[in-house]
Unconditional design. Structure first.
Length: 358
């Protein structure tokens, strides 16, 4: 059975503003290591799928940068959305293209903007997920063993064991719960719930059948798009049909309502790099706990993130700050306040003096 990987790269995350912006989202940035997050994602899946079986779903404003960063991926494997319609549409578009090539294939759906500490363990867990998906009509999700009661994550209740696949234990997934409060998250951790990182594996025929059952309106558009692949009307059909798809997530549209869901609890050191505080948790630190990119001289400086692209940054007697110094914008905030960055970005967007900075 052929194995493919679809990488979703259409986000415009601003939680790492001002470094990450709509025209330069975080997946295109080198936040952890020399490679960008999307390049690192492709590197991680190379043990499972060759470049000709890796598809990237992105949007027109990012397509040129994605192609430049991923020269090993064939041009026809960079699928460009005419407009953003959510992850259900993006995953469905990739599934339609894979089904056109090989109706018997299996596929993984991954996000392009996460960081993983142990690439070998990730590859082993992904291989195990493929084995589960190919054994029967299972929709499989990798689950992340929680490290703390995160209130911004989705959680998966782990059910009955299903056996050992590629040396990893698989379980029935009982239910999905989005973003609980802290007390509930603590209860979930005690009960053995896992985080939902949005990493899915299934047979292509199985997921398209679930679209037809649970999202028939989206399935109809995908059928028309698939029928036009390789024809003269492909671009026109994609533009016309994709735009009619309602905005929906794959999590709510399919995973939370499907009946045969499996999960593989995993410990490969995953982070969605969702904020400056989270970047500080996973990035290399100096002896004082500082994370530095660029030139920096600090005295009595501890627990501080410093990014300076064009000039040295000097700090004296400061703790727990975030300092991001770019040619057109400077951000200074406490690590605790970094979680409220969305408020600041919304103010910047609404002010005509600065709206082009987002």
């Amino acid at each position: 059975m052929s194995r493919y990987v679809a990488i979703l790269a259409g986000g415009s995350g601003t939680r790492l503003w001002p470094l990450s912006r709509s025209r330069r989202p975080k997946q295109l940035l080198s936040l952890v290591g020399a490679r960008s997050l999307i390049q690192a994602t492709v590197d991680r899946v190379s043990s499972v799928a060759s470049p000709d079986r890796i598809l990237v779903v992105t949007e027109a404003s990012h397509a040129e940068d994605v192609r430049a960063q991923l020269p090993e991926i064939p041009t026809e494997n960079i699928l460009v959305e005419p407009t953003r319609r959510g992850t259900a549409a993006a995953v469905g578009l990739a599934a339609a293209h894979i089904a056109h090539r090989d109706p018997a294939a299996s596929m993984a759906s991954l996000h392009s903007d996460a960081a993983v500490a142990d690439a070998d363990e990730f590859g082993a867990c992904l291989t195990a997920a493929f084995e589960v998906a190919e054994s029967d009509d299972w929709l499989v999700t990798l689950g992340i063993r929680p490290t703390h009661p995160h209130t911004g994550m989705g959680y998966i209740q782990v059910g009955q064991p299903m056996g050992l696949f590629h040396g990893r234990h698989a379980f029935r997934a009982v239910r999905f719960v989005e973003k609980p409060d802290r007390a509930t998250a603590e209860q979930f951790i005690r009960a053995g719930y896992v985080w939902n990182p949005g990493m899915f594996v299934w047979r292509v025929d199985v997921i398209l059948r679930e679209y037809a059952r649970l999202l028939p309106d989206i399935a109809d558009a995908l059928i028309r798009i698939q029928q036009a692949i390789g024809t003269r009307s492909e671009a026109e059909t994609l533009r016309d049909r994709y735009g009619t798809i309602r905005v929906e997530t794959i999590d709510y549209g399919i995973m939370e309502r499907a009946e045969r869901i499996a999960t593989i609890p995993s410990t490969f050191g995953w982070s969605d790099v969702g904020s400056w505080a989270e970047l500080m948790e996973i990035a290399p630190k100096d002896p004082a706990g500082n994370v530095v990119q660029g030139e920096h001289l600090g005295i009595d400086t501890r627990g501080t993130l410093v990014i300076g692209e064009h000039k040295p940054v000097f700090t004296l007697g400061v703790d727990d700050l975030v300092i991001v110094d770019l040619p057109d914008a400077l951000l200074v905030c406490s690590r605790a306040s970094a979680e409220r960055l969305k408020e600041l970005v919304e103010r910047v967007q609404s002010d005509p003096r600065w709206s082009d900075l987002t």
